[in-house]
Design a protein around this ligand. Structure first.
Ligand code: NAD
Ligand code: TYD
Length: 376
């Protein structure tokens, strides 16, 4: 493979994948295809934008004709598909946009790739369509150990004393059971990708990853939102009781997994990606408060008064926890960072990159945020 399109490359995870591929593979032509929605930001890629093996194309993944043309013009061999509407709260307000982009956009890419690859003498030989999905498609796990138990797995990503909050985990074989419009749309797109393999023989791969954190995440998501709000002494809106559990992975570890799976993963397989690193929201929020206060030189606990319990998210999934044993055993991937190191790096990055944050949080987005949180 030589000519590779990465969709959604101007977003959070996509920008880390683009950066990794552009720096690691000078022999590839990397095309970052992105519509630049509110979540897309070319400032995420300033450090690599002048590299000779990098090109940005502004395009909507729903534009079938334009993408089919691009496949032909650029002789695309590989697609790594990350473009999506990605925020659960927005999906609750506006599910149509999620169906359009996540379902129809993915289908449009699949169909264009099919037409182009089937027109070549070698057909699907050496081609690959790699779809990035989420663990949220599996639904929600039970919290049958609300106080936490010793986890059955130990990996680098989990810190000393970390806990599991239930007996069960998401496996590659877990039945899909999405609850939010976001996860329902992602689940649908996953099914279409697998259908293109099963029906037409397209070489596809799907991976399902847990919650990512790290630099360049849009500040409507929990971690960057709270770091920024602590800094500005704004309220920290904790949904419900803050008891929901998420499984966190440092974004560069996800990008490394994507690189490995794109090159060495088996066609038609699914791989779960995660670091066995479960956190109750409220415990994670305490870590963020402690870390930001320490770095800013505030007295310990100075920002605790910002915690504000607000109306819960509709249909709020109780617990996500990924079992990534298959990826670790079959392809030898493992996370590189412990959560304490990762969160320290992340907090420092947001505090050191206030201009990046201010460019996003001023203007249009500020109005949206006020509206979103009004009356919560
Ligand atoms: P993001 O919202 O930060 O970025 C999405 C990118 O897609 C943006 O650059 C946006 O401009 C682009 N985009 C949106 N609609 C588009 C369209 N119609 N055409 C072209 N580009 C479009 O999202 P993210 O957090 O980086 O997530 C990337 C992918 O990874 C998504 O598919 C998401 O479902 C998946 N994922 C995310 C997480 C997570 O924790 N963030 C975890 C697992 C999987
Ligand atoms: P989020 O970052 O939106 O990711 P996801 O919903 O895809 O897991 O939210 C992470 C968790 O934090 C989730 O349980 C919802 C909760 N949350 C809050 O309590 N307050 C907030 O302001 C946000 C954005 C999220």
């Amino acid at each position: 493979m030589k000519n590779i399109v990465i969709t959604g490359g101007a977003g959070f995870i996509g920008s880390h994948v683009v950066r990794l591929f552009v720096n690691k593979y000078p022999q590839y032509n990397i095309i970052n295809l992105d519509k630049l929605t509110y979540a897309g930001n070319l400032a995420n890629l300033k450090d690599i934008e002048d590299k000779p093996n990098y090109k940005f194309v502004k395009m909507d993944i729903c534009d079938f004709e334009a993408f089919y043309q691009l496949m032909q013009d650029e002789k695309i061999d590989g697609i790594i598909h990350l473009a999506a509407e990605s925020h659960v709260d927005r999906s609750i307000k506006d599910p149509f946009t999620f169906a359009r982009t996540n379902v129809m956009g993915t289908l449009s890419l699949l169909q264009a790739a099919k037409l182009y690859w089937e027109s070549l003498p070698e057909k699907y030989e050496g081609k690959r369509f790699y779809h990035i999905s989420t663990d949220e498609v599996y639904g929600a796990l039970k919290m049958n150990h609300p106080e936490g138990i010793e986890p059955p797995f130990k990996t680098v990503a989990s810190s000393e004393g970390h806990k599991a909050y239930g007996d069960d985990f998401f496996y590659e074989t877990t039945k899909y059971n999405p609850h939010s419009p976001y996860s329902a749309a992602k689940a649908s797109s996953d099914h279409f990708v697998r259908a293109y393999h099963d029906t037409y023989g397209m070489p596809t791969i799907v991976t399902n990853c847990s919650n990512n954190y790290g630099p360049y995440q849009f500040p409507e998501k929990l971690i960057p939102l709270f770091i920024n709000n602590i800094r500005h002494r704004k309220p920290l809106p904790v949904y419900g009781k803050g008891e929901n559990v998420r499984d966190w992975l440092y974004v560069e570890d996800h990008a490394r997994a994507i690189d490995l799976i794109f090159h060495e993963g088996k066609i038609a397989e699914t791989y779960n990606i995660g670091g066995f690193n479960e956190w109750k929201n409220i415990d994670l929020i305490m870590v963020m408060i402690k870390t930001v206060d320490r770095i800013l030189g505030n007295p310990e606990g100075a920002s605790l008064d910002l915690i504000t319990y607000v109306t819960d998210r509709l249909g709020h999934d109780a617990r996500y926890a990924i079992d990534s044993t298959k990826l670790q055993k079959e392809l030898g991937w493992e996370p590189s960072l412990q959560f304490e190191e990762g969160i320290e790096k992340t907090v420092r990055w947001y505090l050191d990159n206030q201009e990046w944050m201010d460019n996003i949080t001023s203007g249009e987005y500020e109005k949206y945020y006020e509206e979103m949180y009004k009356g919560r």
